[in-house]
Design a protein around this ligand. Structure first.
Ligand code: PGA
Length: 239
């Protein structure tokens, strides 16, 4: 699975043009490709990608039902808009909006109940890694999910070391393999989908995808450049 996260980028015409290129992307039937545009362009992008193999999702949603929540959208809205998945707990939201896995549980539940799949992001900071606490931190981020009594069929986890996001840095092949293997053990699901994210590029993708414990990538910056994104999809298919 290769997912592009456009974050807070693109004006409408850029979003439409990128989506048109995505719709033309050659994708093998076994590869799942998706994109999360800014929520305001979701409809524009969704219309372009309708009937193509590329899935559309949201970058975030809240767990609340309908009501007085200024600026928020919920999982029922995401489904009604034709989304197939929602990213939850991205580190940019954890840092800026104080989200924690505990506060994300209602959203996770709502996304699962809406029949969409959540992509739950976890990952340590540079300090955590330097202090040898990377696995402990990721374990603590996943723990509330496992004890919440949710039916986790369809859950996708994205391991994104915070220090690797948007920095051009990447975790080493062996650290990626160790962390992904650990996450699979924590989830205790043979079919767990665990993506890697953090400056994934056409150059870094072959190394990232070398680990059998990696199920694909969550791609930020490089997803805004269709040639780079296509090269990452191709690297996945050639691994
Ligand atoms: P990046 O972003 O590829 O630009 O590092 C990844 C992410 O935040 O999902």
């Amino acid at each position: 699975m290769i997912i592009g996260n456009w974050k807070m980028n693109t004006l409408r015409e850029e979003a439409r043009t990128l989506a048109e290129s995505l719709a033309e992307l050659p994708v093998q039937p076994t590869t799942r490709v998706g994109v999360c545009p800014p929520v305001i362009w979701q409809q524009t992008v969704g219309e372009v990608l309708k009937g193509s193999p590329v899935m559309v999702g949201l970058q975030d949603c809240v767990g609340d039902p309908f009501g007085a929540q200024t600026g928020c959208v919920n999982a029922a809205m995401a489904r009604d808009a034709g989304c197939q998945f929602v990213v939850l707990g991205h580190s940019e939201r954890r840092q800026r909006f104080s989200e924690t896995t505990d506060t994300l549980i209602p959203a996770l539940q709502a996304v699962l109940e809406a029949g969409l799949f959540p992509i739950l992001c976890v990952g340590e900071t540079r300090d955590d890694r330097d202090q040898g606490r990377a696995i402990e931190v990721v374990d603590a981020q996943l723990a509330p999910v496992l004890t919440a009594g949710l039916d986790l069929d369809g859950l996708v986890v994205a391991y994104e070391p915070v220090w690797a996001i948007g920095t051009g840095l990447s975790a080493s092949q062996s650290d990626i393999d160790t962390m992904h293997t650990t996450i699979r053990a924590i989830l205790d699901r043979d079919d767990a989908v665990v993506l890697y994210g953090g400056s994934v590029s056409p150059e870094s993708a072959p190394d990232v995808f070398a680990s059998q414990a990696v199920s694909g990538a969550l791609v930020g910056g490089a997803s805004l450049d269709i040639e780079k994104f296509a090269a990452i999809v191709a690297a996945w298919e050639q691994r």
